[in-house]
Design a protein around this ligand. Structure first.
Ligand code: PLP
Length: 425
């Protein structure tokens, strides 16, 4: 069956034909590719067409697809059982490697998605502080948690439903949404409402409105003001955890949040999330404390095995310098091709994640993202897809490279960028 036929079939039995909205190509139009297999930096669709994969399952596959050590770990675990609903040694090993990598974590609890991690983190923060208000930032996406679906990024931006039906106004009324990178605005808010704030949650590099780096002083101000107001600071490192170094963005900016959320890379491609922090906060969780949180598949041995193998490879091989160098080269290449082809675009990138915004000027906040040229991105996306390069099907999602994207593959991607920009210019 071809992509189009599978999509028609899927639409009859799955809402929108997909199990997560951005996959439906809504923002770029056309037919989603149904993937039949993947290896290294490559994907193949059901029609046998091969693509360079710059989505990497939205971030987790930093080692590339079918990494031999991850495969061995998963296959080995499958032979001894896929889920027990009882503790395993693997969970201890995962918790140890994660807590060692994050100075801010004495304890960590594993869940099955990034959404569960942020949802549980804000429940814990509210329980710990006995306050209700959560502060989030425009364009930051923390999963589809009711109270955080106000001016959220990526999928929500793509669909144009920053406030989705189905979330009671009373739930969102406990969330304050402030502009990302507006340090002064944040100080002003905290000076007047800080005493009611349970926690401030932030992506330390925003990755769901395209990639937007925090401006100098922004994250430091979040730390300082939350401490002054007695609120918790939550770093959502679901994308950024283990992406730029063996730890989080928090290590690179030298800030200790109170709670950290993880996901994506720590599952090595299987469903995982985690949240962790100081013992005094984490010990409020059931069964030690009164804040309830649980999960049938939490700490699932298959996911722990894949995650542990991934983290061990990252720790041993320390590919971060090379990933950053490759991304710099790739993005510099895109900028110089765009100049040659006289296409107005800008790029933002940190380590192995980056994004391309069409239009003039640099993009450093949510406002600027929403006025970037989404129609141009859609043309570019299809021109690249045609040439065998799979980018995120939305201008608001990051593109990724991983350790399997060698010079030859990045060179082939750049050739496709050149041909695509020349076609659409
Ligand atoms: N937090 C961030 C920063 C994310 O990017 C995402 C997903 O993209 C999530 C939370 C939610 O993770 P999940 O999709 O695993 O629920």
């Amino acid at each position: 069956m071809k992509n189009a036929a599978l999509f028609e079939q899927a639409k009859k039995i799955i809402p929108g034909g997909v199990n997560s909205p951005v996959r439906a190509f809504g923002k770029v139009g056309g037919t989603p590719r149904f993937i039949s297999r993947a290896e290294g930096a490559w994907l193949w669709d059901v029609e046998g067409k091969r693509y360079i994969d710059h989505v990497l399952s939205w971030g987790p596959m930093i080692l590339g697809h079918l990494h031999p050590e991850v495969m061995d770990a998963v296959i080995g675990q499958a032979k001894t059982g896929m889920s027990y609903g009882a503790p395993t040694k693997l969970e201890n090993e995962m918790a140890e490697i994660v807590c060692d990598a994050f100075e801010s974590m004495d304890q960590v609890r594993f869940v099955s998605s990034g959404t569960e991690a942020t949802m549980s983190a804000i429940r814990l923060a509210r329980g710990y502080k006995g306050r209700d208000i959560i502060v989030k930032f425009e364009g930051c996406y923390h999963g589809h948690v009711d109270s955080l679906l106000a001016k959220a990024g990526s999928g929500a931006l793509t669909l144009g439903i920053p406030d989705t039906p189905g979330v009671p106004a009373s739930v969102v009324s406990q969330s304050a949404v402030l502009p990302y990178n507006d340090t002064e605005g944040f100080i002003e808010f905290m000076r007047s409402h800080g005493a009611e704030v349970a926690a401030v949650i932030v992506e330390p590099v925003a990755g769901n409105m395209g990639v937007i780096q925090a401006k100098e002083g922004f994250l430091e101000t979040l730390r300082k003001e939350t401490l002054e107001c007695g609120a918790l600071l939550i770093f959502d490192e679901v994308i950024t955890g283990f992406r730029f170094c063996f730890g989080g963005m928090q290590r690179l900016v030298d800030i200790q949040p109170d709670i950290t959320c993880l996901g994506k890379i720590i599952g090595g491609g299987l469903p995982v999330g985690a949240f962790g922090g100081r013992r005094e906060i984490m010990s409020l969780l059931a069964p030690d404390g009164p804040v309830y949180q649980a999960g049938t598949l939490s700490g699932n041995p298959m996911a722990m095995a894949a995650g542990l193998a991934t983290l061990r490879v990252l720790k041993r091989e320390d590919p971060y310098g090379r990933l950053e160098k490759n991304m710099n080269m790739f993005m510099d290449g895109i900028v110089s091709i765009a100049q040659k082809r006289q296409v107005a675009l800008s790029v933002n990138h940190t380590g192995s994640m980056g994004s391309i915004f069409f239009g003039p000027g640099q993009v450093d906040n949510y406002e600027a993202v929403t006025v970037s040229d989404a129609a141009m991105y859609a043309l570019f996306f299809h021109a690249m897809l045609e040439r065998g390069v799979y980018l995120a099907p939305s201008p608001y999602e990051a593109l990724f490279i991983g350790v399997a994207h060698g010079d030859d593959i990045l060179g082939a991607s750049l050739d496709a960028v050149d041909a695509s920009l020349s076609e659409i210019a």
